[in-house]
Every structure is written in C-alpha cells, then in structure tokens.
Design a protein around this ligand. Structure first.
Ligand code: 5AD
Ligand code: SF4
Length: 502
C-alpha cells in the first residue's frame, strides 16, 4: 500500500515540484506558493453582460450546492460572478435559464443524487430552449464523471472543474453559443484568484477561504485529486477581506481550508497560529471559527494561539476517522490512536471546556469487528460533543478503492447505527449539563419553523432557540437554558449586551 501512495504522490510531483528538485517533504508533496492573480471584475462587467431576454425579463440562475462549506462558499463566489454579469437569482428550476450543480465527490451517494436530478431536469430543456445546465465542483474533476456526462447526459451544456471556477463567465457564454457540451477541467490551479465578486448569505456568519487543497492523501479520500495541492492565500488578502466583512456587519467569521493547520507552509514565513492571532487583533472582530483541522500538524503553537485569542471560539473540529491503529495506518492518516488521544488531552488542558467534534468512517475495507470496537471505545473515551459519521464509500482512483473489502453493506450499516446510538447519547448527556446555565448567544435570525422564536449560536456552535424580537438579530444575548435536546438548546433571554454593561 505504501508503494501505491508513493507512486501516486510521485505522479503528482513530476508536474510541479519534482522537476525543480524539491522532492517530498515529510511524506507529502509541496508545491511552491501559488502565484496570486487579481480577478478583473471590470472585464466581466464589460465583456460578459447577458442583457435581457427577448421577453424583457432578466436571465435567471439557480445553483444547487452539495457537500462541504468550501462548496457553499464557492457557490457564493459563482453567484457573485453571475450577478455581475447581469443574472438574477431564480426561485425555482422552472424560472431559471442557468441551473448549475456545484457537486461533492467525497461519497458515491452524493454523486448518485446529482445524476438523478440532472435526469429529472431533462424535460425542462425542451420547455425552455434558453436553459443552460451546468455541472461543476469536485465531481467535475473526475475523469469517470466527465465521460459519463458525455456518454449518458449529453443535455448537460457545461462542465468545469474546481480550478476553473473563475472562468465561469467565459465558459457560460461559450456554452450559450455552442451545440456541444463545453468542458474545461484543469488538473491543478496555476494561481489563486483574488478580488472575486461574492454574494454572501445575509446574516451574521461569513466564510473566508484561507487555504485551498490538501496534500495528505488519506487513502479513502478523493479531495487531494479534486482540489489539488495545498495553496495558501496571502495574509494581507485574508485580513482585508475580513476587515470588509466586519464593516458590512458580519460577526461570526469561519476561516476555511481543507487543511487549515497547514496554512502558510507554502508561503514559508507564516503559520496558521500567527494568522489566527492577526485575525484576532482586527478592530471590531467578534467570533472566529476555522475548519477543517487535521490532527497532523496541530502544534502547541496553534493550541496556545486558540487559547490566548479571545475571539477564537472554543470549538475544534478534529477528524479522527478511526480508533484503531491498523486501520489508521491503512488510511494513511499520519496519526495513531495514542497520538490523537494525547492531542485531545493537550487541547483540553489548555482550553478548558472546549467543544470537540469529529468525522468517523465505519466499514473501511477489511475493518474487523474488534477494530470497529476500538473506534467505539475511542468515542466513549473522548466523549465528542458531536460526530459526523459515514459508511466508507470507494472513490475512483484512490488507493483504498483497490483494497479487498470483506465487510458486507448490512454489517457496515449496523456498525454505523451502533456508533450513532453511542454518539447521540453522549451528545444528549453533554447538552443536559447546560440546564440552568446562562450562555452567550449571537442571534442569527428567526428560527426555521416559528417566526416568533429566535435562533442563535453559542461560541461552541450550539443552536439555541428562544422567544425574542427581530431587533435582537446580530446582537449578543444571554440565554438561560431551560430545555436541552440532542441537537439544540431551548431557553429564555436573561439579558442582552446593552443591559449587561449598563
Ligand atoms: N467514504 C466515506 N467517508 C469519506 N470521507 C472522506 N472520504 C470518504 C469516503 N471515501 C469523510 C471523512 C472526511 C469527511 C469530510 O468525509 O470522514 O473527514
Ligand atoms: Fe481528505 Fe482530509 Fe485526508 Fe485531506 S486530510 S486527504 S481532505 S480526509
């Protein structure tokens, strides 16, 4: 297996680093700091304006987003480009002239859903000849998906990859004029793009990319292939973006990257811990979150920075994937069960009460019952606040897809249920400890089901529901917890910040 991983890495290295003689660094490939290029919004406005339809109506777009927060944020960038071109958002597929699937390739079932949807939308193409159907995101990077679209879904007009996102205006314009599917998928990102327009969701929260790509090559994971090698944005670009967000009233900033701990490794003169401290000292900053961290490269410097930066919240998402060392090794995770537990201890020593969440895969090829029980024991020992749990899904061209898989699907489902049952009861017990406590809640808006009830988040990212008026949106309130549930806390307002300081 090691050999396979090695070969894969070498394959990627040849193009970038190996030719220049830089070779592997600690078992992973390192590309040079990506060149940073400004995006030309003026050109977009001048050259790719869509104008109006013959009916006088504007062109309308709808983006369906699957997968992680990185994808959600990419959608905000694409919406920004489309609106600069003159597109307006559509409320449903029937009124849209451009429907784009921003896809996730991490598990097969997400892919199946997308193809199901594309199949169902085919009749719309006959009803609206102006309709352009597009597919982008991680699935588009897969050769198998590109071929499948060409062979079986020829009514898809446009396919572009994660590294071609900024080319959307040109590609969409081409697709409108072409009879054939326009396909542009680059294998790697020659540049990181700055100044891309964005249409962010209104509210208190905003995402900010700090780093793209992943160099870890966990054997089950497709992300290093779909998102490419790690590239960091320059700190000044990140800080500028956050300053603007603060000025626009955003309170809760999430720093995004596939591997945020590795921020700055390619820049050479900056660490993630230093970036956190710089963001923390921005005038007017409120809450700072980050995701995703790898247990690998989670340095003491980083733990100290989180502990000492008052605006960085006490919540760390720290995927463990398995509690068994043989499986972790076959996953190429670069951490052992013991190293993970030791890291958890170090984090808890320095950040008391920290909320820890994780990702876990069950049914990795060859996982025995005893090995699965090691995962259960780890979950019992760490007592995560929450866990995202998945059944292993074989992904195209990843090393694990070639491993012999003897565990039946029924057994994998049973393991997932046992794991979830355990985690749900831990989450529930943890939530119950909050009864009677007064929590600092940042009010986000009305709850999804009742306009008279407000929803907000604690620093640890717990959802809190309570009665209150919309004037409180965007403010901090103190809420006393009255009714804890597994996924949310219900409570009543005790005070808001104004009263507190009075
Ligand atoms: N099968 C199942 N789960 C996966 N993940 C990544 N790749 C796979 C796969 N092939 C999970 C991991 C990761 C999360 C984002 O998705 O737990 O942390
Ligand atoms: Fe995938 Fe995360 Fe592993 Fe990178 S660190 S290969 S994104 S699971």
């Amino acid at each position: 297996m090691e050999n396979l991983i090695h070969q894969l890495r070498e394959g990627r290295l040849k193009k970038h680093a190996m030719e220049e003689g830089r070779g592997l660094v600690f078992g992973t490939h390192r590309s040079p700091a990506a060149e940073c290029a400004p995006f030309d919004i003026a050109k977009l406005t001048e050259q790719y304006q869509v104008g109006q339809k013959v009916s006088g109506q504007p062109y309308r777009y709808l983006i369906r987003t699957y997968g992680c927060q990185m994808n959600e944020h990419d959608t905000e960038v694409m919406a920004g480009m489309l609106q600069t071109m003159g597109y307006e958002p559509a409320s449903d597929v029937e009124s849209a002239d451009f429907i784009l699937f921003n896809t996730c390739a991490v598990r097969e079932n997400a892919e199946d859903k997308v193809f199901g949807e594309i199949g169902r939308l085919r009749p719309l193409k006959q009803r609206n000849p102006e309709l352009v159907l597009g597919l982008c995101g991680c699935m588009a990077q897969e050769k198998g998906v590109q071929k499948l679209v060409q062979d079986k879904f020829p009514w898809v007009d446009l396919v572009f990859g994660t590294h071609n996102l900024h080319r959307l205006p040109q590609l969409l314009t081409e697709a409108r004029q072409s009879q054939e599917t326009v396909l542009e998928v680059w294998d790697y990102a020659p540049q990181t793009m700055e100044n891309l327009p964005k249409v962010r969701a209104q509210g208190t929260r905003a995402w900010v990319n700090i780093q793209y790509g992943c160099n870890k090559f966990c054997t089950y994971c497709i992300v290093p292939y779909t998102r490419g090698a790690e590239r960091s944005r320059l700190p000044e670009d990140i800080l500028d973006e956050i300053r603007n967000l603060i000025a626009d009233g955003y309170r809760d900033i999430t720093l995004l990257g596939q591997n945020v701990n590795d921020y700055g490794v390619d820049l050479g003169n900056m660490t993630f811990a230093q970036l956190l401290r710089q963001v923390n000292s921005l005038e007017g900053i409120d809450r700072i979150r980050f995701t995703t961290s790898n247990p690998w490269n989670f340095t003491q410097e980083l733990i100290d920075a989180i502990a000492e930066s008052e605006h960085v919240v006490e919540h760390i998402h720290l995927p463990v994937q398995s509690g068994n060392n043989r499986i972790l090794k076959r996953m190429n995770r670069s951490h052992t069960r013991e190293a993970y537990l030791h890291l958890v201890q170090r984090i808890r020593d320095k950040i008391p009460g920290v909320s820890l969440t994780t990702d876990i895969i069950v049914g990795f090829p060859g996982e025995t019952e005893e090995e699965f029980q090691d995962t259960l024991k780890l979950v019992e020992e760490v007592r995560f606040d929450n866990a995202f749990t998945f059944i292993y899904s074989a992904r195209e061209n990843t090393p694990a897809a070639t491993f012999e898989d003897t565990v039946t699907l029924a057994e994998k489902k049973a393991r997932l249920k046992r794991l979830n049952d355990m985690q749900y009861s831990i989450s529930r017990e943890k939530q119950e400890q909050y009864v009677g406590q007064e929590l600092d809640v940042l009010v986000e808006g009305p709850s999804k089901t009742n306009p008279d009830v407000l929803a907000g988040r604690t620093r640890k990212n717990q959802l809190v529901l309570f009665a209150g008026t919309s004037a409180l949106v965007g403010q901090h309130v103190k809420v006393r917890v009255t009714e804890p549930q597994t996924w949310l806390l219900k409570g009543e307002i005790v005070s808001h910040r104004g009263e507190e300081s009075a």
